[in-house]
Design a protein around this ligand. Structure first.
Ligand SMILES: Cc1cc2nc3c(=O)[nH]c(=O)nc-3n(C[C@H](O)[C@H](O)[C@H](O)COP(=O)(O)OP(=O)(O)OC[C@H]3O[C@@H](n4cnc5c(N)ncnc54)[C@H](O)[C@@H]3O)c2cc1C
Length: 311
């Protein structure tokens, strides 16, 4: 009897965990990842993740590199630069169309006995002029990662949550002058707001929308819009910290999602469409955390194995 084939979409902690568990259940697993490397959000964790029993050292990228070694050691077939684009519950089983991110016009179809969607969260983007153009030339997505190069600059930090306020405090400590542009009222925890209020190096602009990032070779300013009108403000760097969100437009419909785009699942990860399961952050777990991603992926693989091996 040929082994049943599970297609896993996304090689973050949930997808990698699923691929490793699949073998133990006698399933053949193929893993599809849109980026060049596995890891997902691990690639954005520039400290040793907390509360991980048995993992003593290493930041997110180091853990991601270890995941890749584990996939290779387990002989898992995985495809980088492969982005899932649509799903279909075909007569012969679930199907996914995907494209090579380097050749987006070339679409391939993948059939499997079961599909597990583990595509996590993606950074929210402002979608304004200059955002992509100046990335790496003044625009940063993380002050933790880019602290050394941002030190001493006039930095515009965009966002009003914990991450934006924490980044502003970190930059103030590094000797930068910081303007925090918050679209509405700050949502950051009180301790961060109080520390920011006490800092002479940080100015907070509430009800202020950034509508463009401006420059030539490098970033040199931003266009801001508030009740007082539109004005340009000079800055030599900007850090965008506006959170993470699910990106499920490609699979919903047919898969049912909640109002924020998270895939609805039953216990064991079954989605609203036969043949499709989901695990990890994309299912809005109680906590966005690595252990929950691992656990929900393992549970989904057990559920898939139960469903397929009973057939
Ligand atoms: C800054 C930061 C710090 C954190 N700190 C901690 C911590 O200390 N401890 C902790 O436990 N957790 C922490 N987390 C949370 C943890 O990283 C996540 O809960 C975990 O990564 C979720 O795993 P996932 O596999 O569900 O999703 P993700 O990690 O988001 O991985 C999803 C993968 O799917 C891929 N993908 C998406 N769409 C497609 C598509 N259409 N086709 C193909 N591939 C696709 C993505 O490229 C990505 O590789 C942190 C997160 C961040 C951002």
């Amino acid at each position: 009897m040929t082994a049943k084939r599970v297609l896993v979409i996304g090689a973050g902690p949930a997808g990698v965990s699923a691929a490793l568990w699949a073998r133990s259940r006698g399933l053949t697993c193929v893993l599809m990842e849109r980026e060049a490397r596995p890891g997902g959000q691990l690639q954005a964790i520039y400290f040793h993740p907390r509360q991980l029993p048995g993992v003593e050292t290493g930041d997110g990228p180091e853990m991601a590199a270890a995941s890749l070694r584990q996939l290779e050691a387990a002989g898992v077939e995985w495809h980088a630069h492969t982005s899932a684009r649509s799903v279909d519950s075909g007569a012969d089983g679930p199907e996914v169309t995907a494209s090579d991110t380097t050749l987006p016009d070339q679409v391939t179809r993948h059939r499997a006995d079961a599909v597990l969607i583990a595509c996590g969260l993606a950074r929210r983007r402002l979608g304004i002029p200059g955002e992509r153009e100046f990335e790496g030339r003044g625009v940063s997505l993380s002050a933790t990662r880019d602290r050394a190069s941002l030190a001493g600059h006039d930095v515009l930090v965009i966002g009003g949550g914990d991450a934006a306020f924490e980044n502003a405090l970190l930059l103030a400590d590094a000797g930068s002058r910081v303007t925090l542009a918050v679209r509405g009222e700050p949502g950051a925890r009180r301790s961060f707001r109080e520390r920011v209020a006490r800092s002479d190096a940080i100015q907070v602009l509430t009800h202020t929308r950034v509508t463009a990032l401006i420059g030539d070779q490098r970033l040199r300013g931003a266009r801001l819009e508030s009740a007082g009108g539109t004005h340009e403000r000079e800055c030599s760097a900007a850090v965008i910290k506006i959170g993470w969100a699910p990106d499920t437009a490609w699979c919903s419909p047919p898969l049912a999602t909640d109002g924020d785009g998270f895939i609805r699942v039953a216990p064991g990860g079954r989605t609203s469409v036969a043949g499709f399961w989901a695990a990890g952050d994309i299912t809005r777990p109680a906590l966005f955390a690595i252990p929950l991603a691992h656990a929900s992926a393992a549970a989904a693989i057990f559920d898939i194995a139960g469903a397929l091996l009973d057939e």
